[in-house]
Write a protein that binds this ligand. Structure first.
Ligand code: TRP
Length: 454
């Protein structure tokens, strides 16, 4: 159909799975998952996280994909098309667009650190640093306004460039290159990790039955993270689903994306923890885990410079394919609902997000957005945006999506759209049950916790 061609469509089903897995696999998997696993004591946390992916994440993933595929629209238009004009459900779409601006603005700052560390590795600046120097380097990067702004701008420029080029020639093409490259790099790092003395301890930490540090808060953290890591709750999967061919298998695709995402998160742990254990570092080292642990371990090793370059480059690739999906949600809104040409939409939304990210980029250095703000309201600007998105916008968006598909969407249409193109039609009842009951209950706990009731 001419209309569909004008909006863009994936060239192939594999292209869709790679692009969507590219969205899912990101800083959340490689930078965040290992350190929250570390803080929550390993073992049981991982198990609970996997259960959240299976029981809450995957049902919403399928729901988002079929909403997009059915409506052939990005979030705002999709909720409008599938309910009615002026229906309050359209707000769910709006929430997604706003979340895209918020998340990408600070996500790009962390991706900028990864770019800077890639540069430091390749140029040899990290080689032979002592543990102390590595720690100081991270502190210096974090508190440098110049470095943060520079790399944030570079990363946003690259992201805009890809989205500018379109669904097939930008997003899909880059996912086809970056995702396999990222995976190979991770496997290469694993070969190195297996040989370290700390590998056995790492294996036991991640897969053993450890529950010492597990608290109610960490269970909710696992639930919240399963949202973030699968790119759910703000219409990214919905938007990508809208470029999916009408007869594509949304159920199988969801499972493939979920498996890829979890495998990468676990692999990241198996790469990072052997390093930290072998170097007497605790896995609960917080956000600096990746940026301190990797240079520390590799700085002193022959070939370490190459390995840390590979590692940070893989982190950049993972972040880039995720950032692309965030910018695409904002861009698609202006294309679908305002009739803008793609290039203008990509450029203007991208620039707006880059500007919105400035306070986050300055959170480690400026008094106003950093220390002063933390003293006044308990969080610096960067943390505030992360908190708002991860604890409020995504769970709310995910819950509303589940309720919409579970209760409000036309029954016949819902069943037909689930069945379309899939050989896993027998999962329909379980899927619907999870959407109607498990997801809302899980989300209710997240909100009660965020409100401090629990
Ligand atoms: N899933 C990505 C990660 O783990 C981040 C991300 C990309 C995201 N798009 C998203 C998170 C949409 C929430 C919503 O790093």
């Amino acid at each position: 159909m001419a209309q569909e061609a004008a909006r863009g469509q994936w060239h192939s089903r594999l292209g869709f799975v790679l692009a969507a897995a590219g969205s899912a696999v990101g800083l959340g998997n490689i930078w965040k998952f290992p350190y929250i696993t570390g803080e929550s004591g390993g073992g049981f946390f991982v198990l609970i996280y996997l259960a959240c992916v299976l029981l809450v994440g995957l049902p919403i993933m399928t729901a988002e994909i079929i909403l997009g595929r059915a409506a052939q629209r990005s979030p705002v238009g999709a909720f409008r098309t599938l309910s009615r004009r002026g229906s309050p459900w359209v707000a769910t779409g709006w929430l997604g667009v706003v979340a895209a601006f918020v998340i990408l603005s600070y996500y790009s700052v962390v991706a900028g650190w990864a770019l800077h560390y890639t540069w430091l590795s390749i140029s040899g600046a990290l080689a032979g640093m002592s543990t102390e120097q590595v720690g100081e380097t991270f502190g210096a990067v974090y508190s440098s306004p110049r470095l943060n702004l520079l790399w944030h701008a570079v990363f946003m420029a690259i992201t805009i460039g890809v989205v500018w080029a379109g669904v097939q020639r930008g997003i899909e093409r880059w996912a086809r290159v970056l995702m396999p490259a990222m995976f190979l790099a991770l496997l290469a790092m694993l070969v190195y990790g297996v040989q370290l003395p700390g590998f056995g301890r790492a294996l036991d930490f991640v897969f053993g039955a450890h529950s010492e540090k597990l608290t109610a808060a960490s269970i909710l953290e696992a639930l919240g993270h399963s949202f973030f890591t699968l790119s759910l709750g703000m219409g990214a999967m919905l938007t990508y689903g809208s470029y999916f061919e009408r007869e594509g298998d949304a159920v199988k695709a969801s499972i493939a994306i979920g498996v890829l995402d979890s495998v990468v998160a676990l692999l990241a742990c198996m790469v990072l923890f052997p390093i930290t254990f072998s170097h007497g570092m605790e896995p609960a080292a917080g956000p600096g885990l990746v940026f301190k642990g990797v240079p520390m371990a590799l700085g002193e090793l022959p070939g370490g410079q190459l390995l840390s370059s590979v590692f940070f480059l893989l982190l950049v690739f993972a972040a880039l394919t995720s950032a692309i999906s965030l910018l695409e949600v904002a861009t698609a809104y202006f294309i679908d609902e305002r009739g803008w040409p793609r290039r203008r939409a990509a450029l203007l939304t991208g620039l707006t997000i880059a500007v919105l990210g400035v306070p986050s980029a300055l959170s480690g250095s400026s008094e106003l957005f950093g220390a002063g703000m933390e003293a006044a309201v308990g969080r610096n600007f960067f943390d505030l945006f992360d908190y708002l998105a991860s604890n409020w916008m995504l769970p709310l968006g995910g819950m509303l999506t589940a309720l919409f598909v579970g209760y409000r969407l036309d029954r016949a249409l819902r069943e037909e759209e689930f069945m379309r193109g899939t050989t896993l039609g027998k999962l329909y009842r379980s899927w619907l049950g999870l959407l109607r009951y498990a997801v809302p209950v899980g989300m209710a706990f997240v909100f009660l916790n965020a409100l401090g009731v629990l």
